[in-house]
Design a protein around this ligand. Structure first.
Ligand SMILES: [Ca+2]
Length: 214
């Protein structure tokens, strides 16, 4: 019986250590109640930072939703995130408060899945017509002290130009403690002229501290 309690104690300690090492991204698979989303266009657990910066533009999309001729299947679950850059120097982004703080000088890792749709058609005022938003763009990931703040860039993807979902690994060591994360669509810079493009995002894993030989 003594051994049983000792074993139980070790399991509890092990579980606690694992829990502390792992920071969950809330709704990292971008699943929604579709009828609610159609009414509010709010994404559960995320703030639409693009609307804060560019209030006259449309919000980030949960797809597929019957719009923009996007029919790509989700990598995980039913839906995923679609964020765009536009020809008028505006772009979409979303953010959330992390359940635990990211600590400075510690190495963290997580992964996510990215792809591009062959169609993402929307009207733009600048062009005066419907444009296919398919010029490849990058995904930037920021840390901040407040929601939607771009304090420290921890990741910038390559321009995403593939229709199949591919896993991308993020590894970072921040220079400060942070409570907020933000995902941002951005042009493949340097760029002479703003253009229309998009990136699709699905299944962001938990953020874990780096371990040797991992
Ligand atoms: Ca999903």
């Amino acid at each position: 019986m003594k051994n049983f309690f000792l074993l139980l104690l070790l399991v509890i300690i092990g579980f606690s250590a694992t829990a502390q090492d792992s920071i969950r991204i809330k709704n990292g698979s971008f699943e929604i109640n579709k009828s609610e989303w159609e009414k509010t266009h709010e994404i559960d657990d995320w703030t639409n930072c693009g609307l804060v910066k560019f209030p006259n533009h449309s919000p980030a999309d949960i797809l597929p939703n019957g719009m923009w001729e996007v029919t790509q299947e989700a990598f995980d679950g039913e839906t995923y995130l679609g964020i765009v850059v536009r020809d008028d120097e505006t772009w979409e982004s979303i953010g959330q408060k992390l359940e635990q703080q990211i600590n400075k000088s510690k190495c963290y890792r997580f992964c996510l899945y990215l792809s591009q749709s062959s169609n993402y058609k929307s009207y733009t005022v600048n062009a005066g017509r419907v444009v296919n938003f398919v010029k490849p763009i990058c995904l930037k990931i920021w840390m901040g002290h407040e929601n939607c703040e771009t304090k420290e860039l921890i990741y910038k993807s390559v321009p995403i130009d593939h229709e199949e979902w591919k896993e991308y690994q993020v590894e970072f060591t921040a220079t400060d403690d942070y409570d907020f994360i933000m995902l941002e669509a951005y042009y493949n810079t340097p760029v002479a002229k703003a253009y229309c493009g998009h990136v699709l995002v699905d299944r962001i894993s938990d953020i874990r501290q780096c371990k040797e030989n991992q």
